[in-house]
Write a protein that binds this ligand. Structure first.
Ligand code: ADP
Ligand code: MG
Ligand code: ZN
Length: 730
């Protein structure tokens, strides 16, 4: 049908109250009204719904909207009923949540021609009853929302979506509009093929969110980094995404004990708690929500100022969706991701047991994520390239790589090597394989194809496969290589790439970043990592002080504070008792008993040297996070046998002693006399105790065993040392 732009605008105003169309909306609607198929790629929040809602109200007949989520469906129908002043019931939905009576009402409305918009879940569409019903209805057009569900390469594959085209044939032909926020070329081609709409007009909006700042940080000291980040952005709303429910709970708790108003959100919480927490976030009663990806679907808080990824997401689609929840009002939005390669391996492990084809896809998507995380190229460029869009400016001024650029080098020669190798393996292999060949890394696959016999094999052996995959990625970004759409991941040469081989020219490239795999989960549980990184001068002073105090009290120095505690003080600069307690191995008892002099020394040192204390960064740990510790403390209070405690927790005796030692060292005073009395005779006990009291120069068990002689077992010495440290140290 023909409709003027003026008329369309007046309908927009009348039905929805908007004065103008966003982006391509008008063109998309006009296209549909002319009876042509359309394929709409628009980022989340771009306004896809209106592209089918408005024409549905204008045209004759009923528009069928296929949408995957029952919950969202109801929202949409409510929303459109809310928009329309005369609530004549023009929108309905058909899914498994309806009861018999509701179903009858929907059927009547449909057959009477009142329904302009019918939302259907794909699994309801496949039901024969429904097909028979819809056959009797005049269909104006079909809208396939969240169309990426058709593709196994999308982030939310649903097999029922694959049958849509067959069902449409059966119900009756009408124009189709497919809509999605996932725009990778692979997904796009899957959708068009599956819906038989290769000739559809493609409307693609830019996926660039220029107000979002992208940064990837190595996953080290993550808890501190996050707390510091939040504290330097007070009063602003943020979301922290974690992959597991357990992590969500832990992080939310960690933030809370550090005086940050934060709540968890994940599918394991009951729905009342969930919606309560969500409301508190929307109403700004809390500033941070810690969530699994379950959070964010359908919620629309415009002023989220940061999105932090505690764990790297499974795919760049997910990453883009989640980061996209920042800065929806066009204002500031910081997207910080913490990355270490180990997390990728974890994700790969989770995939085990799934069908092989699914694993293969999952692995490829993960590789794209790794590429993004490790790149030194503009992140916006990489991200948009992934969505099939070119970002032409050399510098986006709003990502870590653009703001803090790395040195570049002329990669002309390296590019040629890569392109020639892709040619030599006849464009039949993926990046990993090509990089291995160039580095000269032989494996069974390479041998089975005789690729170790290629002239190019090992031509770049002075560099790692990691280096060469970085070059391959940049060749992709510069459009000298492309990824095969049919067999995703196989590298193929573009015309530009072939030309480059014949006529190479200087080309500035970047090496990837190296991410170390240092583990830092140890902060939770009170064990801040000692060893290095502290203020050497202060550390020496602290050790002197410890020696003096030990002399005065006639105690071995290690009883006062052990080395890791002093090292931690030289990092944290505590000047109050509370701060001191946050240092490794310093419990309440120790802090009170010995802390004072250390605190005044540190305070003086800080003042004299004008040191900026990392106070905002001091992370209070979630005490006794491990259930074992709590259990052990309670059991010893109840004077249970160590053997029984160990058995109850499935531990060996020496593992139990490790735990007890850790508990004692961090300042919790355990009385184990009841056990010692029966475990070893009094003389022995006294002898060991005296050794530690008067002879020992360190807490070493080995030294003790040597000094005490062969009558004593390691276990006995350890038990008495626990008593000794508990009594004198705490
Ligand atoms: P998408 O499905 O693309 O994520 P929605 O269809 O849910 O986006 O729309 C996002 C928001 O934009 C909604 O709040 C919607 O009311 C609003 N919106 C859509 N079109 C317009 C318009 N032309 N003018 C103003 N707001 C609009
Ligand atoms: Mg939508
Ligand atoms: Zn950039």
């Amino acid at each position: 049908m023909e409709i003027t732009s003026e008329e369309l605008h007046s309908r927009l105003k009348k039905y929805f109250g908007f004065d103008s169309f966003k982006g391509d909306q008008e063109a998309i609607i006009q296209n549909l009204l002319q009876g042509k198929d359309a394929f709409v790629l628009m980022p989340t929040g771009g306004g896809k719904s209106l592209c089918y809602q408005l024409p549905a109200l204008i045209t004759e007949g009923t528009a069928i909207v296929v949408s995957p989520l029952i919950a969202l469906m109801k929202n949409q129908v409510d929303a459109i009923r809310g928009f329309l002043e005369e609530r004549t019931g023009v929108a309905h939905f058909l899914n498994s949540s309806l009861n018999k009576q509701q179903l009858i009402e929907v059927k009547e409305a449909l057959l009477s021609g009142k329904t302009k918009l019918l939302y259907v879940a794909p699994e309801s569409l496949t039901k024969d009853d429904n097909i028979q019903l819809l056959k009797q209805v005049k269909i104006s057009f079909y809208a396939i929302d969240e169309a990426h569900c058709i593709s196994e390469w999308g982030h939310d594959f649903r097999p029922e979506y694959r049958r849509i085209q067959v069902l449409i044939q059966e119900i009756g032909k009408a124009p189709i509009v497919a809509l999605t926020a996932t725009a990778t070329p692979k997904v796009q081609s899957d959708i068009q093929k599956n819906l038989g709409m290769m000739d559809a007009i493609v409307f693609k909006s830019s996926f660039n969110r220029s107000n979002l700042y992208y940064e990837v940080r190595p996953k080290q000291n993550i808890d501190k980094e996050i707390i510091k980040f939040i504290k330097t952005h007070p009063g602003k709303s943020g979301i922290i995404y974690c992959l597991s429910r357990k992590k969500v709970e832990e992080v939310a708790e960690l933030l809370s004990v550090n005086d940050i108003r934060a709540l968890p959100y994940h599918a394991g919480l009951d729905s009342a708690t969930r919606s309560d927490n969500q409301d508190k976030f929307l109403m700004e009663e809390v500033e941070v929500i810690v969530a699994t990806i379950a959070f964010g679907m359908g919620i629309d808080k415009p002023d989220v100022r940061y999105v932090i990824h505690y764990d790297i997401p499974k795919s760049l689609e997910g990453y883009y969706q989640e980061t996209g929840r920042a800065g929806r009002d066009g204002g500031e939005g910081q997207c910080i991701t913490f990355y270490r390669y180990k997390d990728i391996q974890k994700l790969e492990k989770f995939m085990q047991g799934k069908p092989v084809s699914e694993q293969e896809i999952g692995k490829q998507l993960l590789l794209e994520t790794v590429a993004y995380a490790e790149t030194n190229v503009c992140r916006r460029k990489v991200l948009l390239h992934y969505f099939g869009e070119e970002f032409l400016e050399p510098n986006c001024h709003n990502c870590d790589n653009c703001l803090y650029p790395k040195k570049q080098f002329d990669g002309q020669e390296q590019l040629c090597i890569v392109l020639e190798t892709v040619e030599a393996v006849k464009e039949q292999f993926k990046a990993e394989h090509v990089a291995n060949i160039i580095s000269g890394l032989s494996n069974s696959i390479i041998k089975s194809y005789n690729h170790h016999l290629l002239d190019l094999f090992g031509i770049g052996k002075d560099k790692s496969p990691h280096f060469w995959t970085a070059i391959i990625r940049q060749a992709l970004i510069h459009k000298m290589l492309d990824k095969n759409i049919e067999n995703y991941g196989l590298l193929i040469l573009t015309d530009k790439g072939r030309e480059f081989i014949l006529e190479p020219e200087p080309m500035m490239l970047m090496e990837d970043r190296e991410f170390t795999d240092e583990d830092d989960d140890s902060i939770i549980g009170g064990a801040l990592k000692g060893g290095g990184g502290g203020d050497e001068e202060l550390l020496a002073m602290l050790k002197d002080l410890r020696r003096d105090i030990a002399k005065k009290l006639k105690l071995p120095a290690f009883v006062i504070f052990q080395d890791p505690s002093l090292e931690d003080m030289s990092i944290q600069y505590p000047i109050t008792l509370n701060e001191l307690k946050n240092c490794q191995g310093v419990g309440e008892g120790k802090a009170k008993k010995y802390g004072k002099e250390f605190l005044s020394l540190i305070a003086k040192y800080v003042e004299e040297n004008e040191i900026e204390r990392p106070q905002d960064m001091v992370v209070k740990s979630v005490i006794n996070k491990s259930g074992n510790k709590v259990y052990i403390i309670q059991s010893i209070d109840r004077q249970l046998q160590f053997e029984d405690i160990a058995e109850a927790k499935g531990m060996q005796m020496d593992e139990l002693l490790n735990e007890i030692e850790a508990i004692t060292n961090s300042g919790t005073r355990l009385n184990i006399d009841y056990y010692l009395e029966q475990a070893l005779d009094e003389d022995k006990l006294e002898e060991i105790f005296d050794y530690f009291r008067n002879e020992a120069t360190s807490e070493s068990i080995e030294e003790a065993l040597e000094a005490l002689g062969s009558d004593f077992t390691e276990e006995e010495v350890r038990l008495v040392r626990i008593k000794f440290l508990a009594e004198l140290g705490n």
